[in-house]
Design a protein around this ligand. Structure first.
Ligand code: MLT
Length: 268
């Protein structure tokens, strides 16, 4: 399905009924990365997965956007679907967008799941890395980006034993529009530090991390779980950065248990 916001067309899927869970994908993937969650959890909850601008079937204008704009898009999607409050599930860049959303639209958060992400801004070195990757995308295309990103996205266990998942991630990046990759990289490089914000988050929060995630490592997840009042931390063994795809059943059980435990969850 599609909706329009600020002259841009964005794609999303909406399945099931009950507590709305809105899934925000990683860079440079798209909403298809949530397929195992949608399949399992839409039996019990309403699952909504969006292609952030620049990804999947959404428009990918070459323009300058901050991650706040992505958060505005998510809020516009909730308006479009007449959903006052939702549980946001953001993985990596999706987590950065979730934090931006929580600053601006905290009243719309029923709960927050921050998976394989971090609250700190990029280091100077991290920013330089983004500009180099942007240059690679511009000169060599998305296929070259895929080769750089694969070992950052998947853990050792998946790289060695899950060839279908490796193929899925590689193919998804191959299809990513270069304009979307460039815009994401600039927006992520510019994102502010959110550490001080963590203490102001008031909704129930679950922090999830793959044990083999070296892109946003365990220490970053522990820091978020420590700083967000009442947050829980869950570590998924044999998973890297895309933990929802690397150990989908474990990830789904964590989400299910967390959402069922929310106060006044119908059907839980
Ligand atoms: C992602 O998975 O969204 C990216 O690895 C995040 C990042 O590059 O910081």
């Amino acid at each position: 399905m599609f909706f329009h916001v600020n002259g841009i067309r964005l794609a999303y899927d909406d399945h099931g009924t009950g507590v709305p869970l809105v899934f925000l994908h990683a860079f440079p993937l798209n909403r298809s990365m949530w397929a195992p969650q949608v399949a399992a959890l839409s039996q019990q909850f309403r699952t909504i997965a969006i292609d952030l601008r620049g990804h999947g079937e959404s428009d990918a204008p070459l323009w300058s956007f901050s991650l706040d704009q992505y958060a505005d898009d998510v809020s516009a999607l909730l308006d479009h679907l007449a959903i006052p409050q939702a549980v946001l599930v953001g993985l990596s860049m999706g987590g950065y967008v979730s934090l931006a959303f929580s600053k601006k639209y905290g009243h719309r958060l029923r709960a927050l799941i921050l998976a394989d992400t971090r609250a700190q801004a990029d280091s100077a070195e991290g920013r330089t890395g983004r500009y180099h990757l942007a240059q690679t995308a511009y000169t060599k295309g998305a296929t070259a980006v895929a080769e750089t990103m694969l070992s950052k996205l998947l853990g050792t266990t998946s790289l060695q034993h899950k060839s279908e998942l490796v193929a899925y991630v590689r193919e998804t990046i191959h299809q990513a529009p270069v304009s979307g990759i460039l815009v994401d990289l600039m927006a992520m490089a510019d994102r502010p530090d959110s550490l001080a914000h963590l203490r102001t988050i008031t909704c129930p929060t679950l922090v999830v991390i793959g044990q083999e995630d070296f892109t946003t490592p365990l220490a970053d997840a522990e820091l978020m779980a420590r700083e967000i009042p009442g947050a829980r931390l869950a570590v998924i063994p044999a998973a890297g950065h895309v933990s929802n795809r690397e150990q989908p059943e474990v990830f789904n059980d964590l989400l299910r248990g967390f959402v069922e435990g929310l106060p006044n969850t119908p059907g839980a």
